[in-house]
Design a protein around this ligand. Structure first.
Ligand code: SIN
Length: 487
């Protein structure tokens, strides 16, 4: 139960398969809690293989009809979904804050961000086109047709309960692929509300399906089904590699948006105030629970102390508390394990020589509320140098030369996002080209937007979401040869 919803119809405790809202065959349910209070706010069907198979069958039945529609027609439905999402921003944000914990203003920001993908792909769907190729003989023509890959599955995370769904489903739908969404057990209500709005927008039965419940059984059923032709996953590298192995037997297309260990490099010649402002955005958005957030802040010797002091002042101003309270900028972490991991990383760093340079206040709020901190004297021996902390911890590493910064930045198995700050244009190109990451940001901490490709290299994943590349992940290029033309 979520208080103060203007449209209580958006709060759904059922799954959506083939255009119907149903319960698990076993009638079992899973409770979902509010991370700020630990109280159960509702329950969702605890589904497994049986319901997933029904969803796959519904999506497979819908495929022929959906792919046969004109792109404009699919686009019109996406535009309707987009409008409904924007009409319901306040309620969707409330639902998200209640199950995920992020402050209301941030939740509203995420809903608007999620809506941008629906709009973008409504438009991209209309622009999508194949091409022709110069043929080797005069009596032949070669065309490349772009066709939908087929039924697509999206396994989505708890940190962005809305945006990761729209970033995957909008391009799939625009391309002509029906979708089956498996949202995180921790944040299913935002997903179900989006499904309700998709229903109201008028998507045909079976085109948008959503199944909640047991991750292993649902994942195994989706990955082993020959009818599912594409899997898009956002989550940990551990689970991503497991899903990739499971997808191998049916040779599925996959997009994997996995873990990160982003460096944020501040050079001596940076605009320090800008670097501090954007480090705050990159590091503390969603309480540091983002794959692209700065995990390691590398600061050049000459500006290290100045940067540390200014960042400390900004961090001390953060307000930790329940996301539905006015003025809160950092909500609770998603669960006790997440909070314990942050405490372990901070404890490990302090035991290996780091110093606590600043901390905001989280006293007395409960076990999931973690005080944002700035640690100075971070080194590669500390766990936070090689593992994603996924929390509000800003460790500052010191470096002397550009080469050293690049070596530290690239000394990780991951390669999702990288950020750096300099006013020197030559350095800007040198560094951007040498950083091993799918996304590199100069003088900004914000890189996630609908028109730009999002994704990583190395252990951070495969494929791209958003931008022009996003829809290609759901399109199969088919070469069409026409011979014997004798023109
Ligand atoms: C993520 O953390 O995986 C997504 C971040 C974003 O879209 O901004």
């Amino acid at each position: 139960m979520i208080k103060n919803l203007q449209n209580a119809d958006l709060f759904r405790e059922a799954i959506f398969i083939g255009g119907a809202w149903v319960q698990a065959a076993s009638a079992r349910t899973l409770g979902v809690d509010d991370p700020a209070t630990d109280r159960i706010i509702g329950s969702v069907p605890d589904c497994g293989a049986a319901e997933t198979e029904q969803a796959i069958a519904a999506a497979a039945d819908a495929f022929e009809g959906w792919r046969a529609r004109a792109a404009n027609d699919r686009s019109r439905l996406l535009e309707a979904w987009h409008a409904l999402i924007l009409d319901n921003v306040a309620d969707l944000a409330r639902i998200m804050t209640a199950e995920q914990g992020k402050p209301l203003a941030e939740a509203e920001g995420e809903i608007r961000y999620a809506a941008t993908f629906v709009k973008w792909f409504a438009e991209e769907g209309r622009r999508s086109s194949g091409y022709d190729v110069a043929a080797p003989d005069t009596d032949r023509r070669i065309f490349v047709l772009k066709q939908p890959v087929g039924v697509s599955a999206a396994i989505t995370p708890w940190n962005f309960p809305a945006a990761m769904i729209t970033r995957k489903c909008a391009p799939a739908l625009a391309a002509g692929c029906p979708v089956i969404v498996k949202p995180s057990d921790l944040t299913p209500f935002t997903a179900l509300a989006l499904a309700r709005l998709a229903e109201l927008a008028g998507f045909p039965k079976g085109v948008f399906n959503i199944v909640t419940g047991q991750p292993e059984a649902i994942g195994q059923t989706l990955t082993s089904s020959p009818a599912v032709r594409k899997l898009s996953f956002t989550g940990s590298t551990r689970v991503g590699t497991l899903l990739l192995r499971q997808c191998a037997d049916t040779v599925k297309r996959t997009s994997m948006e996995l873990g990160g260990n982003a460096p944020l490099i501040v050079f001596d010649d940076a605009d320090i105030d800008l670097a501090v402002r954007s480090a705050m955005i990159s590091k503390f958005r969603n309480a540091g629970q983002t794959c692209v957030c700065a995990n390691r802040i590398l600061v050049q010797d000459g500006v290290y102390d100045m940067f540390a002091d200014r960042l400390a002042a900004a961090v001390s101003d953060l307000r930790v508390g329940p996301g539905d309270r006015d003025g809160i900028t950092i909500g609770p972490l998603i669960n006790d394990q997440a909070a314990a991991k942050v405490a372990e990383h901070v404890g490990d760093a302090l035991s290996k020589g780091a110093s606590l340079h600043a901390s905001a206040d989280a006293a007395g709020l409960g076990s999931r509320f973690v005080a944002p901190v700035v640690l100075t004297g971070a080194t590669s021996a500390m766990r936070l140098a090689s593992e994603e902390t996924f929390g509000p911890v800003a460790p500052l590493f010191r470096f002397r030369h550009e080469d050293e910064a690049i070596a530290i930045a690239n000394d990780t198995d991951y390669g999702l996002a990288s950020y750096f700050y300099t006013e020197n244009i030559r350095r800007a190109f040198r560094v951007a080209e040498r950083l091993e990451a799918g996304m590199v940001a100069l003088n900004t901490g914000a890189i996630a937007m609908e028109m730009a490709p999002f994704g990583g290299v190395k252990m951070s994943g495969l494929g791209r979401e958003g931008g022009r590349a996003g829809i290609e992940e759901y399109l199969e290029p088919k070469a069409f040869h026409i011979a014997g033309l004798h023109i």
